[in-house]
Design a protein around this ligand. Structure first.
Ligand code: S3P
Length: 430
């Protein structure tokens, strides 16, 4: 589907972004391993998290929506889960596939995991290899590198070693498998990544010792927990950039998750001169939450590298859009992981910005963006990637002339109400 994107002079109002996608996946998967009932409020009801719900149902967990965003999860406990006869469809969701690989490794029987064309192209050896080292029998297309995957689990030995990639999905898969191993495991992280799994595992009573860069975990059962999911800072990022680049804008975003492993986007925007205030900072079940207010600002170019890249990994496409509207040059480095996301986000972000008239250069591990030029409306493509669709929609707001974007339905993966929120916030200003 193609959608017409009109320029907007400003965005104004209040926007409640969907619940955090990473936390929502974990809330259903981890409660699904725990014996008893847990209730999740603020559940992010996008296609990705619904793939995790369907996957846990397929293993024998009862998941019932009590309202649009309240999910009750009732599980007989990990020991009583059973692999389904057919494949589990993870759709577009890397988090579902990689975390479920860790779950499957701890179950008796054979689990097949499959996904859409994009997910079938994403690297799975990063999770298959360590799970095989723990004793799971794993197979996948092209020597185990890609889905569909087949995992036959059961008796696992502990994991002891260093993770080969900075990936919260791989770390989480191994922590979940380690719960079913026959002794304590120790993981060494090569860089800090989002720690929602660790926070939730501890709340569920898992014996997890965090001693960076080491994580030690002993086999254990989990106790279900009720979880209030805050707004997704990765969804908030689109509005933070939209309001920053469009003159006379002001947006209020209540209840946004501000876990420090996720707030690289705020640090990058502050470094560029953005006017973003955080208020009512509080802690909800170990996760930091706050309200955000953003006003237009004159941005300047910056450098995003190292740990900041890791802490803003999903927000780099929209930060590249901010860079296009900033004075001066922005360098995004050490971001080669972007090449194996829902699309090759280095190539697709560069293609989209270039179509809009931005001077952008692709590097093997990042982008160089020369900001401050005028953007002109153009035909754009989401390449089926939700975050690219939303980042380019923000870029098109400040361009002269209309744009259109192919593959606009991709936003349903993480933010089904994105287009209606966009219309409301830009009309409020018009
Ligand atoms: C996620 C981890 C990140 C991130 C993805 C969600 C998670 O991926 O890009 O959108 O929920 O654990 P990697 O673990 O591959 O870095």
């Amino acid at each position: 589907m193609t959608r017409r994107l009109l320029p907007a002079p400003a965005v104004q109002g209040t926007v409640r972004v969907p619940g955090d996608k990473s936390i929502s996946h974990r809330a259903v998967i981890l409660n699904g391993l725990a014996q008893g009932t847990g209730r999740v409020t603020g559940f992010a009801r996008g296609a990705d998290t619904l793939a995790s719900v369907a996957a846990m149902r397929a293993l024998g967990v009862t998941c019932a929506f009590e309202s649009e965003e309240t999910l009750r999860i009732h599980s007989p406990g990990r020991g009583a889960l059973h692999p389904p006869a057919g494949p589990i469809d993870c759709g577009n969701s890397g988090t579902t596939m990689r975390l479920l690989a860790g779950v499957a490794a701890g179950l008796e029987g054979r689990v097949e995991l499959d996904g859409d064309a994009s997910l079938r192209r994403r690297p799975m050896d990063r999770v298959i290899q360590p799970l095989a080292a723990m004793g799971a029998r794993c197979a996948g297309r092209a020597e185990g590198r890609f889905a569909p995957l087949v995992i036959e689990g059961g008796s696992l030995t502990p994991f002891r070693g260093r993770l080969q990639v900075a990936s919260a999905q791989v770390k989480s898969a191994l922590l979940l498998a380690a719960l079913a191993a026959d002794g304590p495991s120790e993981l060494e992280e090569i860089a800090p990544t989002r720690d929602h799994t660790e926070i939730m595992l501890r709340a569920m009573g898992a014996p997890l010792d965090i001693d960076p860069p080491y994580l030690r975990i002993a086999p254990a059962g989990l106790t279900p927990v009720d979880i209030a999911v805050a707004g997704d800072v990765s969804a908030a990022a689109f509005w933070l950039v939209a309001a920053s680049i469009l003159p006379e804008s002001e947006l209020f975003l209540p209840d946004v998750g501000l876990n420090p492993t996720r707030t690289g986007v705020l640090d990058a925007l502050w470094a560029m001169g953005a006017d973003i205030e955080v208020s009512a900072r509080r802690s909800v079940a170990g996760e930091v939450v706050g309200d955000l207010r953003v006003r237009s600002a004159r941005l300047s170019g910056t450098e995003i590298a190292g740990d900041l890249t890791a802490r803003a990994i999903d927000e780099l496409p929209v930060l590249a859009v901010a860079a296009a509207y900033a004075q001066g040059t922005t360098e995004i480095r050490e971001a080669a992981e972007l090449r194996v996301k829902e699309s090759d986000r280095i190539a697709t972000t560069a293609a989209g910005l270039r179509a809009l008239g931005v001077a952008v250069e692709e590097r093997p591990d990042g982008l160089q963006i020369v900001g401050g030029g005028r953007l002109r409306g153009a035909p754009l493509d989401s390449y089926g990637d939700h975050r690219l669709a939303m980042a380019l929609a923000v870029a098109a707001l400040g361009a002269s002339g209309d744009s259109e974007i192919g593959g606009d339905t991709a936003v349903a993966v993480s933010y089904p109400a994105f287009w209606s929120d966009l219309e409301r916030l830009s009309h409020a200003a018009g």
